[in-house]
Ligand binder design. Sequence first.
Ligand code: PEP
Ligand code: MG
Length: 576
Amino acid sequence: MAVVYRGTPISQGVALGHVLTVKELFLNIPQQPPDDRVAEVGRFCDCHRAAVEETQSLLENAKICLGKDEANILDAQLTFIQDEFSVIEPIKEAIVEEGLNMAQAIDCVLSKISNLFRQADDEYMRQRAADAEDIRRRLLTHSLGLTEQNYSDLPPDTILAARNLTPSDTIRMDLAHVSAIITEQGGYYSHVGIITRNQGIPSVSGLNGILTQLQDGDEVIVNGNDGTVIAQVGTVERNEFYDLLRHQREEAKALERYRFADSCAADGTQGLICANIGNETEVSRVLEAGAEGIGLLRSEFLYMNCGQLPSEEVQFQAYRKVLEAMGNRPVTIRTLDIGGDKDLPSLPMEHEDNPFLGCRAIRLCLSHVELFRTQLRALLRASVYGNLHIMFPMISSLDELHRAKAILDRAREELTVEGITTAPVRTGMMVEVPSSALLADTFAKEVDFFSIGTNDLIQYTVAAERGNPGVEYLYTPYHPAVLRLIAMTANAARENGILCGMCGEAAADTALLPLLWGMGLREFSMSPGAVTTVRSALAGIETAACEALVPKILACSQAKDVKELLQKQMYSHLVG
Ligand code: PEP
Ligand code: MG
């Protein structure tokens, strides 16, 4: 009788294979203090050097065998492990001042860093704990004189089962023979998530206790679409698996024709399907996905990945890289959105009881003008390398927008005086606070575009914190109040002749697409993996039918009615 385990789907696809559990090295940290603290620091320096060399060789390997994104993870680790300020000096200090032995000092300093990341409210930051943990293990392995297990020659159809996988684990592995990866820990934004999605390996995480349930050699089916893992596979499950595999291949083949196609509705009305990214290293995924531009570059990740505030030059290089790679396609870079659920270790902030209602995003930038000015200068300098759109987050009053634009104008004037050329940029704002949606007619006269951030707009409209399971029932883009705010924003954009797009998660919801299209939204920005699906859904809808749907939906008073109505209006009914 088959047994089904349920976890979180993190990389699409299905696979049938045999389990191989990834054994972790047992790191037994000695407790004796060192006889000679200075000599212990010397031993740490040797071990640190070896760990840096290993990271360098993993990086080289990743460049050859995996891809840019994997190499970038290792590149970031290389910077991290060599960080004097947060890694090397604190470890030396712990040895000299606290009398810890080298292994204890490594463990103490890196566990602290990793815990800090883990406690962050933001999912992306939490996943950065994996880097700190990876470096902790690498330094400890060297300091204890141990050797990592070898997974470089795996049998075909291996299903790797692990507690969690670090980037260096995956780089050491023979991924060509790995047909799926299942883990107890890690989420969508974990390294396992990033790597498996990029490599097209089906993956499921959050399978608590799976390592105690499965044994090496067990045959299992992994379904990265719905997050299930089936053990004790029988004929019925095997047949279902082959049906699913066939269906998946047909679907992928059908979607392939939308990869580099125009984004337009069945009646020919043109739109733009763009991608959201977190930093400059992800631009290759955008191009591979066939996105027509970047609708949201969350620039804060550039700040979060640095141990210190990134200089104007560091930012300029990153923005330039993205703009050059994208050619003349639009690239919307959102200015720093820190605060709320995203902390910046290099920028200490006052404690706030309600950080989501506190000094975040544009509010923080307007209270740290120098920080904001540096970013705007870097953006303007990069503007000559492509088609740059600058977007301000969390605008909630006209005064904020005026101040932000004035600082942008001043930065441009300064650069001109310095003899630095800048190109014209389109300036827009996120509509993610109800006040800006309600005042959209006013804002529309002051910006070149709107991009609706449903992730925040929902939480501020229904007063339900994003990511809080206790109030999840309220947190939905189908809530009529949210939809009315979206409609107000789209109307104001249309009346003032500016573009209205969406870059929140709802932009990839194909069930909502006819409604949003009918309201007049014309740019949708989403994770690169969703681009072809949304583009194919768009090709199946008829603009006039979508427009007729809008008043019916806006008359609904409950989310469930909205959902029902949208479900009834299948795409086939909307065409013609
Ligand atoms: C949003 O709020 O919808 C959005 C895209 O911004 P973020 O998720 O980065 O807050
Ligand atoms: Mg937001």
